[in-house]
Write a protein that binds this ligand. Structure first.
Ligand SMILES: NC(=O)c1ccc[n+]([C@@H]2O[C@H](COP(=O)([O-])OP(=O)(O)OC[C@H]3O[C@@H](n4cnc5c(N)ncnc54)[C@H](O)[C@@H]3O)[C@@H](O)[C@H]2O)c1
Length: 500
């Protein structure tokens, strides 16, 4: 073209690809709307849209400037830092300081699952999906049939949406065998127990598993909160006992807390960490402590959410603040979804808590069309005047004066104690590193990735600020807010969790 002296065509002078969109902002609005859920809270997708709007509407040079300005802003902003951190945190979690890479692994070619309830079925699907045969043992045929039916239903739903083929459904179901006889576990390499959450039952089951399973088989429990050392103590192989804490729904949720008990061997830990990757989970090694890492920290948020309700905030105020922060839903919406009657027994209910009263009114959550919220036929939530009255009556009875509570206080009361609890967990050595706690919260509890996790968020807003507020709350409301020694120490040394 140069030899022929033909004019060079510059792409910048051509607008054929964008001209049609000029003067049609509705194209962009429709795209924003269609993706609102996916993009919620994230700056980068919105800025991308703005860059394309600039390409359409502005002259070339101006468009470039807009692009550079927006790009620099997100690149140097907190969301980018948080997401880069999250990326590396997830990889870091695989490294266990005292479990070297060359730790011998135990081959896992078959898995036994005890209990085909909510968790057992979902856990079984993970292994069948990875081509590992699973045997599920139940106490009653009826429970077994129900459990296997749910698994099949899940697969068939995925197939109907095109996620897997009809042949996949049969292949995977073919890898799952049901039985009522614990002896079916005698040759499996790993058993995961997912029976009722009661220590006496767990102990009974582990005594029997220990007698039946072959030497070298790993015995895992999916307990949410029970002491795994105590469970291990009834076996003659505490080195083979470990916690594999799946999250519900177990076939969907990415997080797996792997719980190391006092005697768990390094081979068992290394094997479970590797196996987690094989079944597509993000594993974090934690120690034995009530609720482990995730639920222990959640307990802080739950307690404050409940207390705030007695001080004058309505459930929808608290939920809104946490939703706007970036959580998929607030604690009260979550309760409604899960069902307020989990653990509630009608015969024993004496209207002693707000939950008792709501359940007594048959407001047991989304499934009954009402819980903390009222729900319409599409399960869209509305603040409920009934709930509001129940709360007001409780508050009046307790003799406290409700006060206006700011959004800022709601957020600080719910989130700062979580950061503080994370610091206590680190202090006690129940998590290896601060970033592991963040991996737990991002992948198990919907902490927004653009805020990095509770510990990273603490670093980002500044630990001195967190400490100062904790001290203030401690003075006003007592020991639930007692700052952790580690938090005090870090602030005194001008350090962050990331510097540990
Ligand atoms: N549901 C959750 O969100 C969740 C999350 C994480 C961990 N967990 C833990 O997982 C475990 C199971 O919880 P779930 O929600 O699946 O309970 P579930 O009640 O839905 O299921 C338990 C199943 O175990 C069976 N079972 C009871 N005793 C048995 C025995 N001796 N042998 C064989 N089967 C037996 C029951 O018939 C029932 O089907 C509990 O330890 C729980 O704390 C639950």
């Amino acid at each position: 073209m140069a030899a022929e002296g033909r004019p060079l065509k510059k792409v910048r002078d051509s607008d054929e690809k964008v001209a049609a969109a000029r003067g049609h902002p509705e194209i962009f609005e429709a795209f924003r709307k269609a993706n609102a859920r996916k993009f919620r809270g994230f700056l980068a997708p919105e800025y991308n849209i703005r860059c394309i709007e600039a390409a359409v509407n502005e002259p070339f040079e101006e468009g470039l400037k807009t692009e550079r300005r927006l790009f620099t802003e997100v690149l140097t902003g907190p969301q980018s830092a948080a997401q880069r951190y999250a990326f590396f945190a997830e990889r870091q979690a695989n490294k266990i300081p005292d479990v070297p890479d060359d730790t011998p692994l135990i081959p896992i070619n078959s898995v036994g699952i005890l209990g085909a309830g909510t968790m057992g079925g979902g856990i079984a699907m993970n292994f069948a999906n990875a081509g590992i045969p699973v045997t599920i043992v139940e106490v009653k045929q009826e429970a077994l049939d129900r459990g296997l039916g749910v698994v099949r239903g899940n697969y068939e739903r995925t197939a109907s949406r095109g996620g897997i083929t009809a042949i996949d459904v049969e292949t995977r179901m073919g890898l799952i065998t049901g039985s009522l006889d614990l002896e079916a576990f005698k040759d499996v390499d790993l058993v995961i127990e997912a029976v009722f959450e009661r220590m006496d039952i767990k102990k009974d089951v582990f005594t029997r598993l220990d007698a039946i399973c072959k030497p070298g088989a790993i015995l895992a429990t999916n307990t949410s909160a029970l002491n795994i050392d105590e469970i291990a103590s009834v076996t003659r192989r505490p080195e083979a006992v470990i916690g594999l804490h799946f999250f519900s729904p177990a076939n969907v949720m990415k997080l797996l807390e792997i719980v190391r008990a006092d005697h768990t061997s390094k081979s068992v830990i290394a094997t479970c960490m590797r196996l987690a990757r094989k079944i597509g989970k993000i594993a974090v090694l934690v120690g034995v402590t009530p609720g482990f890492v995730g639920n222990r920290i959640l307990g802080q948020r739950q307690r404050e959410a409940q207390k705030l309700m007695f001080e004058g905030a309505m459930p929808w105020d608290i939920d809104r603040v946490l939703y706007d922060f970036g959580f998929p839903m607030g604690p009260f919406a979550m309760s409604d979804l899960a069902g307020l009657d989990i653990g509630w027994v009608k015969e024993n209910s004496k209207g002693e808590t707000i939950r008792d009263v709501l359940c007594e009114l048959d407001r047991r959550g989304q499934k009954t069309g009402a819980g903390y919220y009222d729900y319409d036929e599409n399960r869209v939530a509305r603040p409920s005047p009934v709930t509001e009255q129940v709360i007001k009556d409780f508050v009046a009875k307790s003799g406290t004066n409700p006060r206006p509570i700011s959004d800022e206080e709601i957020l600080e009361r719910c989130v700062y104690p979580m950061i503080n609890e994370g610091a206590k967990i680190l202090e006690e050595g129940k998590a290896i590193r601060a970033s592991d706690i963040d991996v737990v919260w991002e992948n198990g509890y919907g902490w927004p990735v653009y805020r990095g996790g509770p510990m990273f968020y603490g670093d980002q807003i500044g630990l001195p600020k967190v400490l100062e507020k904790m001290k203030e709350f401690h003075g006003q409301m007592g020991d639930a807010f007692k700052p952790s020694t580690l938090l005090e120490k870090l602030v005194a040394e001008g350090k962050r969790f990331q510097d540990l």
